[in-house]
Design a protein around this ligand. Sequence first.
Ligand SMILES: *[C@@H]1O[C@H](CO)[C@@H](O)[C@H](O)[C@H]1NC(C)=O
Ligand SMILES: *[C@@H]1O[C@H](CO)[C@@H](O)[C@H](O)[C@H]1NC(C)=O
Length: 148
Amino acid sequence: MFTLRKLLAIAALALTASATLDPATSNTKGKCPCTYNCSAAKVSHAIQAAECSHNTRVHGTQTFAVFVTDHKYDHSHGAPYGNCSAYTCTAPTSAEMTVVDDDCWTFFWGNQGEETGYGTGCIKDPHDGTCGCENSNGVFVKGSDSCV
Ligand SMILES: *[C@@H]1O[C@H](CO)[C@@H](O)[C@H](O)[C@H]1NC(C)=O
Ligand SMILES: *[C@@H]1O[C@H](CO)[C@@H](O)[C@H](O)[C@H]1NC(C)=O
């Protein structure tokens, strides 16, 4: 049954604007930091992990972002979706990455992560799952991998 609630949930899965194309340079999957020296500069809800890893979303220099999967969207195109909290203070060291949780994925704009690179796949079209990329103006370009 296609309930109104489901329709609203799907409508919420639009790609977010107000982000700058700037992929993370390292990542640690399955862990969150245990301590934070600042609160999040920006929290984005129900966005793809791929969006969290490909874009920065704060004024100033984003140092790291913590993505936590929201399982409500597990069956949606582009999953995992979740909350992406972006920070501008000093990124946690590997010794501070002690919260072990499959739902956590921490992205770094620096070399603090356990793996190099942004770690996720492409940003996907929420309607049909086609890969694409997102320009800094927030526009998703289906089928493209040459966004700017
Ligand atoms: C995401 O943020 C919303 C709003 O603050 C909260 O209700 C929800 O529990 C969060 N989800 C996760 C997986 O942290
Ligand atoms: C927080 O600040 C302390 C002291 O300046 C530093 O030792 C620690 O590594 C910092 N932790 C994070 C998560 O930035």
